[in-house]
Design a protein around this ligand. Structure first.
Ligand code: ADE
Length: 222
């Protein structure tokens, strides 16, 4: 997969995506991430990327022209263009799974203000939110989005890091985990996990996952 990220702060996404598992995925050639400065496609001498809103009001609006010029340069026949926005569709694990099989993503990131509606109307295939809160910078959201997708590309996670038992991968939150020591400050690992009875352990984990989901995220069960 190739990902091109267009933002005013390319270093934010670059730093977040250049460590650990995603660094190795890029070295292995499973993933290619390019974080660009949108200003490189601004044409005026001040490299302007935003302007005041028609109709008045607070804040600035990100201009069409740099987004159009950048996407028209980077787009390939199979590219998908995604705008990171708190007004987008909230990202779910199933969406991350679907995006992970695409060959090329172009991610557009806003900063504080809105983006000219013509970008959404004519360039964007998907408008994605990473949650019901507002960040100062869409580049942070893009980094989260890429991380969630990239770890689902076959080969990115090793066998020991499989995504199959993740929270959300079966519509439930994850069951509790324990490792050595068996007892820590009077708190013991549940006996069932020491029993060697794999059927009983699987059943216990399922029950724990359901109980946790009922307590913390009942919306996932309905
Ligand atoms: N930009 C600012 N807040 C955001 C959010 N919650 N999701 C995606 N992009 C954003």
């Amino acid at each position: 997969m190739r990902v091109d990220i267009l933002s005013l702060f390319p270093q934010i996404a670059h730093s977040a995506l250049s460590e650990s598992i995603l660094k190795r995925a890029q070295e292995k050639g499973l993933l290619e991430i390019h974080s660009h400065n949108l200003r490189d496609w601004a044409t005026d001498k001040h490299r302007t990327t935003d302007d005041t809103p028609y109709g008045g009001g607070q804040g600035m609006v990100m201009k069409c022209e740099p987004f159009f010029a950048a996407v028209e340069q980077l787009r390939q026949p199979h590219s998908r263009v995604v705008l990171m926005s708190p007004a987008g569709k909230p990202l779910k694990q199933a969406d991350a799974q679907a995006f992970s099989s695409l060959p090329h993503l172009i991610l557009l990131c806003g900063h504080y203000e809105g983006v000219d509606q013509r970008v959404l109307d004519h360039l964007v295939d998907d408008e994605v939110s990473i949650g019901d809160y507002v960040l100062t910078n869409g580049a942070l959201a893009a980094a989260v989005f890429v991380d969630a997708i990239a770890r689902l590309i076959p080969g990115v996670l090793g066998d020991s890091q499989s995504a199959l038992e993740d929270s959300h991968s079966h519509g439930l939150l994850e069951f509790p985990h324990y490792t050595r020591p068996v007892e820590f400050r009077g708190s013991r690992v549940p006996d069932i996990l020491l029993s060697g009875n794999h059927g009983a352990i699987a059943q216990w984990r399922r029950q724990q996952a359901e109980a946790k989901t009922r307590a913390v995220r009942p919306d996932l069960l309905s």
